[in-house]
Design a binder for this molecule. Structure first.
Ligand code: COA
Ligand code: AMP
Length: 638
C-alpha cells in the first residue's frame, strides 16, 4: 500500500488544531474542550483546555457501553510462574471499580498521589486505572530501583498511599519488595498513610498493623459490597500520572502527563503508527515502570479497544530464547514492541533463529523497537528471521509517544537501517549547532522540536516548572531540546546517534551517570570519580566508574571497588547494572577543570580518539589506558 504519511503529516502542518480536534473526537468527553490549544496557559501552552473527561472511562467503560464488554482486554502470561489468565473489558472494569473503592476507603481522593511499586502483575495495571478513575495521580516506580530511589519519589510526589506487592520474581531469585518499601519509608520525610500490599504466593510480606492493608482482602470486600465507583470527571489538563526519569543530577525529574492530550495522542498512535484495530492483540514486552509500559502496555491499547499482554519474564532464560515466540503464537499477538537489547540477548542465545521456526505466529505482522538505537546488525537479523517489518521508532519518557517512526497504520515508508524514519504529526523537528543555528541536512547536531510539543508530551516537571524550562526549553528558545544528537537526511529521515547529556542507555533502561557519580563519591575513600557508559554487546552500554582514592587510603583497591559496586546497587538499585570500578591515580581534565568523560569513554570502547586541545596533562590518558588494560578492558592508542 502506498503510504499516506506525507499527506497526513502535511495535513497536520497546515491545520494542527483541526488535526488534533479530529483525534480527540474519537474519545468520550463529559464536557467538550473550549479550544484545542491554549498558548497562554501552562509553561508552553495546554491541550484541550476546558474539557472534562476521564482516562479510565475511555479505556474501559466506553468499550463496555459500546457492547464490547465480553472482548478480552488483558492477557497475563508469567513465564516466571507458568500462570496464564485473561480478563474481558467488563471484568477489568469490575476489578478497577473495586480497587477504586479501596483507594477511596483509604482516603485517596482526586489530585492525591499514589506510588505504585509493583512487579509485572495485572493488579499493577488495574491499580493504575483505578487511580485514573478517581482522578488520583499515580507514580509507578520500576521494581529494579532500590529504597533510596523509591524514597526520593515518595518525597517529591508527596504520595498519600503506596501500592506494592510482597515480591517480584527475577530469574533465580525472589526480590522481597516490602523490606525495600520499609527502608524507603525510613528515608523519606513524607510518610504515606497506608500501604496496600499484594501478597504473592512466593513470599508473604510482614504487615504493619493499622498502616498496611491486604490488597486481595480489601478488593474482595469492596466487591462483596457491590463497589460501583463512578469515574470522576477531571479537566483535560489535570495530571494523569507522574513518571520519574533520570535527569542530569541524582534528583529524578517528575514528568507530568495530562489526561486529554495524552488520550488523543495515544489513541491516534495505536491506530496510525502501530496499525492496530480493536480486538487485535498488542504485546509490549517492557515493564509498567517505564514510559513504554505506561503508554503501550496500559493506556494506548485499552484506549483503542485492543487486547494488551502483561508479561512477567525475560526474553531469555525464562526458560529459553523461544519465550517471546511462544507468547506471540499462543496469544495471537499482531504487533510486538520491545527494546533492541532483548533482541541482542535472543540473537546471542539463538543465532540461527531455531526457536522462531517452532512457532507459526500466524497473526504476527510487525515488530517495533525503541528505548535505544536499533543497531543495524540486530535489525537486519530480526528482519531476516522474523519475516515481518521491523520498525525502529524514537521517543522519550518526556514525549510519551513516538517522535519519529515508520507509521504502519498509514502504510510503511522505505526502511533506512539506522534511522527511526520520519517525524510523526505534531513534531516539527530541526537540528541545531550548539549556538542554536540550524545545520545542513546530513550534519550532526542537537535535535530539537519546535514548540508547542504535541498532545501527549509532558506539560512540565512535577512542581518544578523552572527546572523544566531550564533543562528543556531555555537553550534553544522556542524549541524543546531532546538532548539527543543526530541528523536529518535529504529525505527527511531522522538519525538519532547519541545523548548530549550524561544519560546512558543500559539494556533499554535510562540511567544517569551523574546520579551514579553522586553515589560513588559518597564512599569514604573516594576523592573524586567519573562514571561513563561503555559499549556492551547485549545491553548496549554499561556504566564504568573511574575513581580516584583519597591520599591516605592504603586498603586493597579491589575491596573498595566491591564496596562502591554494592553502594550503587543499594542506593540506586540492581537496574543500574553498575559492576565495574577502575581505580586511577588522576582523572583527565581540561585546563578549566572539566573531566574529559567523552575521551575516557572512547578509550574504554577501543574507539579512535583525538587528544583534546584543552587537556591539562596528556599523560593522564595513558594512565587511564593502562588502568583499563589491567581490568581487561580494551584500549587503542590515539
Ligand atoms: N525488580 C527487581 N530487580 C530487577 C528488575 C525488577 N523489576 N528488573 C531488573 N532487575 C535486576 C536484574 O535481576 C539484574 O540483577 P542482577 O544484577 O542481580 O543480575 C539487574 O536488575 C539488571 O537488570 P537488566 O539490566 O535488565 O539485566 P538482565 O540481565 O536481568 O536482563 C535483558 C537483560 C536484556 C534480558 C533485559 O534487560 C531486557 O529484557 N530488557 C528489555 C528492556 C526493556 O524492557 N526496556 C524498556 C523500554 S522498551
Ligand atoms: P526513555 O526516556 O527511557 O524512553 O529514554 C529515551 C532515550 O532513549 C532517548 O532520548 C534516546 O536517547 C534513547 N532512544 C529511545 N529510542 C531510541 C531510538 N529508537 N533510537 C535512538 N535512541 C533512542
Amino acid at each position: 500500500m502506498q503510504s499516506r504519511y506525507h499527506q497526513v503529516y502535511s495535513a497536520w502542518k497546515e491545520d494542527p488544531d483541526g488535526f488534533w480536534r479530529e483525534a480527540a473526537a474519537a474519545l468520550d468527553w463529559f464536557r467538550p474542550p473550549r479550544e484545542v490549544f491554549t498558548s497562554s496557559e501552562g509553561v508552553y501552552g495546554r491541550w484541550f483546555a476546558g474539557g472534562k473527561t476521564n482516562t479510565c472511562h475511555n479505556c474501559l467503560d466506553r468499550h463496555v457501553a459500546a457492547g464490547r464488554g465480553a472482548d478480552n482486554a488483558v492477557i497475563f502470561d508469567s513465564a516466571m510462574t507458568g500462570t496464564k489468565a485473561a480478563w474481558t473489558y467488563a471484568e477489568v472494569l469490575a476489578e478497577v471499580k473495586a480497587i477504586a473503592a479501596v483507594l477511596l476507603g483509604l482516603g485517596v481522593t482526586q489530585g492525591d498521589r499514589v506510588i505504585i511499586y509493583m512487579p509485572m502483575v495485572p493488579e499493577a495495571v488495574f491499580s493504575m486505572l483505578a487511580c485514573a478513575r478517581i482522578g488520583a495521580i499515580h507514580s509507578v516506580v520500576f521494581g529494579g530501583f532500590a529504597a533510596h530511589e523509591l524514597a526520593t519519589r515518595i518525597d517529591d510526589s508527596g504520595a498519600k498511599l503506596i501500592v506494592t506487592a510482597s515480591c517480584g520474581l527475577e530469574p533465580g531469585r525472589v526480590v522481597a519488595y516490602k523490606p525495600l518499601v520499609e527502608h524507603a519509608l525510613e528515608l523519606a520525610e513524607n510518610k504515606p498513610e497506608h500501604c496496600l500490599v499484594l501478597q504473592r504466593p512466593q513470599l508473604t510480606a510482614e504487615m504493619v498493623p493499622g498502616r498496611d492493608v491486604d490488597f486481595a482482602d480489601a478488593v474482595a470486600a469492596a466487591r462483596a459490597e457491590g463497589a460501583d465507583v463512578a469515574c470522576v470527571p477531571v479537566s483535560a489538563e489535570d495530571p494523569l500520572y507522574i513518571l520519574y526519569t533520570s535527569g542530569t543530577t541524582g534528583q529524578p525529574k517528575g514528568v507530568i502527563r495530562d489526561n486529554g492530550g495524552h488520550m488523543a495522542a495515544l489513541l491516534w498512535s495505536v491506530t496510525n503508527i502501530y496499525g492496530l484495530k480493536p480486538g487485535e492483540v498488542f504485546w509490549t514486552a517492557s515493564d509498567i515502570g517505564w514510559v513504554v509500559g505506561h503508554s503501550y502496555i496500559v493506556y494506548g491499547p485499552l484506549l483503542a479497544g485492543v487486547t494488551t499482554v502483561i508479561f512477567e519474564g525475560k526474553p531469555i532464560g525464562t526458560p529459553d530464547a523461544g519465550t517471546f515466540w511462544r507468547v506471540v503464537d499462543e496469544h495471537g499477538v499482531s504487533v510486538l514492541f520491545t527494546a533492541p537489547t532483548a533482541f541482542r540477548a535472543i540473537r546471542r542465545e539463538d543465532p540461527e533463529g531455531e526457536f522462531i521456526g517452532r512457532y507459526p505466529m500466524e497473526r504476527f505482522r510487525a515488530l517495533f523497537l525503541a528505548g535505544e538505537r536499533a543497531d543495524p546488525e540486530t535489525l537486519k537479523w530480526a528482519e531476516s528471521k522474523l519475516k515481518v517489518p521491523v520498525i525502529d521508532h524514537w521517543w522519550q519518557t518526556e514525549t510519551g509517544w513516538a517522535i519519529a517512526a515508520n507509521p504502519a497504520g498509514l502504510g510503511l515508508l522505505p526502511v533506512k537501517h539506522g534511522s527511526p524514519t520520519v517525524p510523526m504529526p505534531g513534531y516539527d523537528l530541526d537540528v541545531f549547532d550548539d549556538e542554536g543555528h540550524p545545520v545542513a541536512r546530513g550534519v550532526l547536531g542537537n535535535i530539537v522540536v519546535r514548540l508547542p510539543l504535541p498532545p501527549g508530551c509532558l506539560q512540565t516537571f512535577w512542581r518544578a516548572d523552572e527546572r523544566f524550562r531550564s533543562a528543556c526549553l531555555s537553550e534553544f528558545p522556542g524549541y524543546y531540546k531532546t538532548a539527543d544528537a543526530g541528523y536529518l537526511d535529504e529525505d527527511g529521515y531522522v538519525f538519532v546517534m547519541a545523548r548530549t547529556d550524561d544519560i546512558i542507555n543500559c539494556a533499554g533502561h535510562r540511567l544517569s551517570t551523574g546520579a551514579m557519580e553522586e553515589v560513588c563519591s559518597r564512599h569514604p575513600d573516594v576523592a573524586e570519580c567519573a562514571v561513563v557508559g561503555i559499549c556492551d554487546a547485549i545491553k548496549g552500554q554499561v556504566p564504568c566508574g573511574f575513581v580516584v582514592l583519597k591520599k591516605n587510603v592504603s586498603r586493597e583497591t579491589s575491596a573498595i571497588g566491591r564496596e562502591i559496586v554494592d553502594l550503587v546497587r543499594e542506593e540506586i538499585g540492581p537496574v543500574a547494572a553498575f559492576k565495574t570500578v577502575v581505580v586511577v591515580e588522576r582523572l583527565p581534565k581540561t585546563r578549566s577543570g572539566k573531566i574529559l568523560r567523552g575521551t575516557m569513554q572512547k578509550i574504554a570502547d577501543g574507539m579512535p580518539w583525538k587528544m583534546p586541545a584543552t587537556i591539562d596533562d596528556p599523560a593522564i590518558l595513558d594512565e587511564i589506558g593502562a588502568a583499563l588494560r589491567a581490568h581487561g578492558l580494551s584500549e587503542l592508542p590515539a
